[in-house]
Design a protein around this ligand. Sequence first.
Ligand code: AMP
Length: 113
Amino acid sequence: MDDCIFCKIARKEIGKLVYEDDTAAAFDDLNPRAPTHVLIIPKKHIEQLAALLPEDAALIGHIMEVANAIAAQKSIASSGYRVVVNNGRAAGQSVDHLHFHLIGGRALGWPPG
Ligand code: AMP
């Protein structure tokens, strides 16, 4: 998608990736909510979690593996971390390209607001 900010980051037109492979990319959140706040995205433009197709199942499983690997690399694997998707405006989704927030490095409250 030409106008999608996260597609532009995935294409390395703007920003800086902290991880990339054939199907996924990751970068630090512009407005971090915790010492570690990384966004992991599919390179393929998917608007939101609810738009997933059955054929995306392996891609999403792969992104969970990437989240675990980044958590280990950031040394938050043993202290604990959270992987969050906001689906839709009422849930807080503000960018219409599916992204998984990897958040950690501090104690996290529950439930989220
Ligand atoms: P959400 O509100 O769940 O859609 O999350 C969108 C996230 O993207 C927010 O945490 C923003 O801070 C972050 N964000 C928006 N634009 C950028 C950008 N250009 N680079 C990195 N993070 C961004």
